[in-house]
Design a protein around this ligand. Structure first.
Ligand SMILES: CSCCC(=O)C(=O)COP(=O)(O)O
Ligand SMILES: [Zn+2]
Length: 260
């Protein structure tokens, strides 16, 4: 991996090219003093997620859909170090799911030379198109990964009930919040050699489990979405808590469903 893509701090800058290729419109999409602007938020949230162990070692991240655009971090970079000028912006209105790299000319600015969009782009797109999500989070949380291992190879989903934190999770990720007596179910799909090859499996699981608020990927992590970045974050926190609880309950020999 080139040093420019392994550490965003060393991404090359090129002022003459910048003048040619970076128009005011392009600048406006990623430059804002508003901390709630998606380009600023993604950087802040990635730092927070890093401290939780969700996006260490470059993997994982968050994408936010804002109006006609989708904001994404670069691939293979230290997510806790990205700056707004490294954020990619893709048009949301398009017929097909974008493959990383395919949209590179949409908003090319020199701070992104040597960088490409997150490999999770087509998976984030599943959440935007199949659930009308406003944000999608991908974590490599050890709670998610260990849970998929403790449940065993044949487990197609994680089910849990009678936990207060279930009430922070929404039906299908974007509907009404679940209630204490509801059973939460999160499908599990098998990992693939490359992130983007998970796209079809994730879409299939989302269709088979319309009430699921997330998709676990065995030995890899989880994709979680919400109507807004705030809702996606709340659900990611509640689900991660439930994944951790699930691991501990399995290890303690306690049933996950029921109140025995
Ligand atoms: C050690 S990360 C392996 C690739 C991965 O799982 C991932 O989520 C990559 O995301 P990126 O945004 O860096 O393309
Ligand atoms: Zn990943």
């Amino acid at each position: 991996m080139a040093s420019s893509s392994s550490n965003v701090a060393s991404a090359p800058a090129s002022e003459p090219v910048r003048a040619q290729l970076q128009g005011a419109e392009a600048d406006a999409l990623i430059t804002s003093t508003d901390p709630e602007h998606p380009a600023n938020l993604i950087c802040e949230l990635c730092r927070d997620f890093y401290t939780l162990g969700w996006v260490t070692g470059t993997g994982g991240g968050i994408s936010i859909r804002h109006g006609k655009h989708v904001y994404l971090a670069p691939s293979g970079v230290q997510k806790e170090r990205i700056k707004p000028e490294h954020i990619f912006v893709l048009p949301f209105a398009q017929s097909s799911v974008p493959k990383p790299g395919s949209q590179r000319d949409f908003l090319r600015i020199p701070t992104r030379v040597g960088l490409k969009e997150s490999a999770c782009t087509p998976l984030f797109w599943n959440a935007f198109t199949l659930r009308s999500a406003g944000a999608c989070i991908h974590t490599h949380s050890q709670h998610a990964v260990l849970l998929t291992l403790l449940l065993g190879k044949s487990a197609k989903s994680f089910r849990i009930s009678h936990q207060e934190m279930i009430k922070g999770v929404r039906l299908g990720g974007s509907g009404k919040t679940l209630r204490f007596f509801d059973t939460l179910e999160v499908p599990i799909i098998e990992n693939t050699a490359d992130e983007e090859d998970l796209t079809e499996g994730m879409a299939k699981a989302m269709e088979e489990y319309p009430n699921a608020a997330a998709i676990l990927v065995r030995r890899h992590g989880v994709y979680i979405w919400g109507n807004t970045w705030e809702q996606a974050k709340i659900q990611a926190e509640c689900l991660d808590y439930l994944f951790e609880m699930g691991c501990k309950m399995i290890q303690a020999g306690l049933p996950l469903v029921g109140d025995d």
